[in-house]
Design a protein around this ligand. Structure first.
Ligand code: TXE
Length: 498
């Protein structure tokens, strides 16, 4: 029996999972072995599903949608399932967090906080299931009444990444299910365990068979087949911009399925001289180190007013040096392991590029040998100019680039000088400056004197090449619906043929 409390240790042998389809576990053929990025030992075995497995799951989701076992229920009944799911997650919180740590490498205390956020997502989703409604038009004259119905889109395909396997899932699933849609999920092949566990949790909470299905495997086979599946009505994809682009092509080439996309970011944090520099430095250190910077809303570009730049960078570098990097199973750890070998190489190559392109290394800048896993020290480069690759590319690691500005216009220009528009923040005590910058910086999520705060009541999503559509809250649930205009004649029809 594994212990999931603060005394948690590594499993003696990797845990084997089946895949979840049509309300039960199924044995897969070939298995994928996942090694813990924090410890280097095998922790899970998950199926490499076939396209036949995927087709069966889509067929189950289609049946569950068409016979109205889910969409036909009162919203209150769907809300009941989502609230019971929240209760089960509360009970199994430490267990889900444990598998998340072992497959992803994130610190256990962070993972537990993420599960708390996931519980909130299910609670907000339950509210959305009850509140979702359309509109009416009483303005069409006495002879006609208009209603706008909100109807579920149908079968949704959901493709998720490895950086927040359970959190990104839970920022979508409650809202997909609240709308009355059914779903087939394809998690990242390296972090599938917790997405699979949600299958048995939803089933225990009363979700009918076929409403939630999980098919595991590689992006190139299962992800691609899901994105081009002719019987999937909508695809929600979170991941790299390049795969997002291939999903757009796949949707167009198959059935013009509706798309929701949350893609990359190169998020600015603007620090004015009149801000509380200690607060701003703490926000910047957190913004780039949280989840080892493998976060789509990581604040990876700090844009600081020149008159305080040196002072600010000194405070920031001192804070970054104090961050506790280490074994993700230890509760004192603040920054864990880099999740994949490929991502580890990518981050280290960008640190080399930063040095080669002439940026000044102020903090970190190296891999850390902490035994068994792959770790990188939170890193700060100063004197970064817009042409450098560390200024332009999403590194997706704990590497922060610092730019300097003299005027508000210059700060806004630097912030918007990116193809992305996912998130941004501004730090100032001047309300006028805060509002000017809030209005002018193009980003889907914005913070003033704070960072990464919020809850599932608020919508998530990006401007520009950071994506299409919004997830979470009422905006999120509405994405999974389509509207139907209904026109009702009142009284006797005025005849066309006399
Ligand atoms: O992502 P992929 P990768 C960014 C980040 C990172 C880079 C590469 O910059 O360095 O992407 O990461 C599935 N059709 N982000 O390569 O490949 C895949 O199996 C359909 C930002 O891991 O986009 C996984 O489930 N699906 C991001 C999911 O897509 C395919 C989070 C994401 O993997 C597919 C992750 C295909 N052809 C990476 N190929 C964020 N915005 O949070 C792969 N997949």
């Amino acid at each position: 029996m594994l212990d999931f409390t603060d005394r948690a240790t590594l499993p003696d042998a990797p845990r084997e999972f089946g895949f979840w389809s049509d309300g039960s576990w199924h044995k897969g053929g070939a298995l994928f072995e996942r090694r813990s990025p924090g410890h280097g030992v095998p922790v899970t075995l998950t199926p490499r599903c076939t396209v036949d497995d995927l087709n069966a799951a889509v067929a189950a989701a289609r049946r569950a949608f068409e016979d109205r076992r889910w969409a036909g229920l009162p919203g209150a009944d769907r809300a009941g399932v989502l609230l019971r799911t929240a209760d089960i997650l509360r009970r199994r919180r430490d267990e889900i967090a444990y598998w998340e740590v072992l497959e992803n490498g994130k610190p256990i205390s962070q993972a537990r906080g993420e599960i708390d956020h996931c519980i909130a997502c299910f609670e907000v989703g339950a509210g959305a299931a009850r509140l979702l409604h359309g509109d009416s038009f009483n303005s069409l004259g006495d002879g006609l009444f208009g209603m706008v119905l909100r109807e579920p889109v149908g079968v949704v395909g959901l493709i998720t990444p490895w950086n927040f396997p359970f959190l990104i899932l839970c920022e979508r699933i409650p809202f997909i299910l609240a709308s009355g849609c059914t779903v087939v999920v394809k998690p990242s092949e390296v972090t599938s365990a917790t997405t699979l566990l949600l299958g048995e949790i939803l089933s225990e909470a009363g979700a009918p068979d076929g409403v939630y299905n999980v098919v595991t495997g590689s992006g190139r086979t299962i992800g691609q087949a899901l994105s081009e599946h002719p019987d999937v009505d909508m695809l929600s994809f979170t991941g790299s911009t390049s795969v997002g682009r291939s999903c757009v092509h796949a949707a167009a080439d198959s059935n013009f399925k509706k798309l929701g996309l949350e893609l990359g970011g190169k998020n600015p944090i603007i620090v004015f001289a009149d801000s509380d520099l200690e607060d701003a430095a703490d926000g910047a250190a957190f913004g780039i180190s949280f989840n080892t910077g493998q976060c789509c809303v990581s604040s990876s570009r700090v844009i600081v007013e020149r008159s305080v730049a040196r002072e600010f960078e000194d405070i920031l570098a001192a804070k970054m040096a104090k961050i506790v990097v280490g074994d993700p199973l230890q509760t004192k750890t603040q920054v864990g392991a880099i999740t994949t070998d490929a991502q580890n190489s990518t981050i280290l190559s960008y640190i080399d590029k930063g040095k080669a392109e002439g940026a000044r290394l102020v903090a970190g800048g190296q891999a850390l040998d902490l035994g068994g896993g792959q770790y990188i020290a939170p890193t700060l480069f100063s004197g970064v100019t817009p042409g450098m690759s560390i200024a332009r590319d999403e590194i997706f690691g704990p590497v922060l680039s610092s730019f300097h500005f003299d005027t508000v216009e210059e700060a806004i220009g630097l912030a918007n000088d990116t193809v992305y528009g996912l998130a941004a923040s501004v730090w100032t005590k001047n309300i006028d400056k805060a509002l000017v910058v809030t209005r002018r910086v193009r980003a889907g999520r914005f913070w003033v004197n704070t960072i990464m705060a919020g809850g599932p009541e608020m919508p998530l999503g990006g401007f520009k090449q950071s994506g299409w559509g919004r997830e979470a809250g009422m905006y999120g649930v509405e994405e999974y619906t389509q509207v139907k205009s209904v026109h009702i004649e009142v009284g006797k029809r005025a005849h066309w043929i006399k």
